[in-house]
Design a binder for this molecule. Structure first.
Ligand code: PAF
Length: 325
């Protein structure tokens, strides 16, 4: 069962490394040929939080290549699963580039591949459904904590759970192709992986967590736990959450009564962590704000209501990345 993993960031290295170490047939596609070359010669090292070696995928035990070669290699030898672990924008770009070739390869195989999206936020699945019509699309929500140390090394900062399930409008159609085999392979690789029938609910829940924690940690330049440090910060978080919940109510999306406590718990459990959005801001990289708070605004627009605080978050976070020359 060949698994194509797209993205050589922290999640790509973590999943690719552990899957390859467990004997899975892995092809890891990364943005730069330089990283692909390093991975091909050094393999992947996964460190635990104390710096010890958690697992090691030796060079040669998996294939590493630059993303531009993916569609051609896939058409020559189609894989069974495609795990998308890039940012939303890169995912869209890769799918657009590959869509035609992959679709012709798909017709040539008996088993159409399952595509699993690991991104935060909401909205990218709908775009993928349009780019890859009729493809079995799945979403994954994960609480794994990983930090890339260099091109070939990642620190597994905190073990979490990965929920995987068919998502989006095509939901019902793909229920028969439930991804047990992938979940089992992930479990064999040491992940706590669970097949979820309610992945949409988990995506909407994570969107609430991310739409509160991510922009505020980015704006205040603090680790997640610091959000709990003052009543003003807690009040700002609560205002953002209340506005998002009103949007959910207007959209008919259910939410859990204890969501506020859940958000506080995420801040406690990941107290020393830098959120992905703050990390992007610090690295001068594009953030996921359009897919997180922008997604809340999108839902508000569809429901005919406003989400001015989330609009403010989008404006302020985007403003952070404008640097003076
Ligand atoms: O995006 C992130 O960084 C994470 O989803 C979360 C939950 C905010 C923890 O850092």
């Amino acid at each position: 069962m060949m698994i194509d993993l797209i993205g050589g960031g922290s999640l790509g290295l973590l999943y690719g490394g552990k899957l390859a170490a467990a004997g899975a047939d892995v092809r890891l596609w990364c943005r730069t040929p330089e990283q692909a070359a390093k991975l091909a010669s050094r393999g992947i090292t996964i460190r635990d939080a104390d710096g010890g070696t958690e697992s090691q995928a030796k060079a040669g035990s998996f294939f590493a290549g630059p993303l531009e070669g993916f569609a051609e290699a896939w058409t020559a030898r189609p894989g069974r699963w495609i795990l998308l672990m890039t940012k939303q924008k890169d995912t869209e770009e890769a799918s657009r580039m590959s869509a035609g070739r992959l679709a012709s390869g798909k017709r040539a195989t008996d088993h159409p591949p399952g595509v699993v999206c690991f991104q935060n936020g909401y909205g990218h699945m709908e775009k993928l459904e349009k780019l890859l019509p009729g493809w079995p699309l799945y979403a994954a929500v994960t609480t794994e904590g990983a930090k890339r140390a260099d091109a070939c090394e990642v620190v597994h900062a905190g073990a979490g759970t990965t929920w995987l399930g068919p998502a989006g409008r095509e939901h019902a159609r793909h229920m028969e192709e439930r991804p047990e085999e992938l979940v089992q392979m992930l479990q064999k690789a040491g992940f706590s992986a669970v097949l979820a029938n309610d992945i949409d609910r988990r995506i909407y829940r994570k969107l609430l967590v991310n739409s509160v924690i991510n922009p505020l940690t980015a704006l205040w330049n603090v680790p997640n736990g610091e959000l709990l440090a003052s009543s003003e910060r807690l009040r700002t978080m609560s205002m953002l959450l209340q506005e998002a919940l009103a949007v959910y109510d207007a959209s008919g999306i259910a939410w859990e009564e204890d969501i506020w406590d859940q958000i506080l718990e995420v801040c406690r459990a990941t107290a020393g962590n830098i959120s992905s959005m703050l990390k992007d801001v610090r690295n001068g990289a594009e953030t996921e704000i359009d897919w997180i708070n922008g997604a809340v605004i999108g839902l508000a627009n569809q429901a005919g209501v406003r989400a001015p605080l989330h609009e403010l978050m989008v404006g302020l976070v985007k403003g952070l990345s404008i640097r003076e020359e």
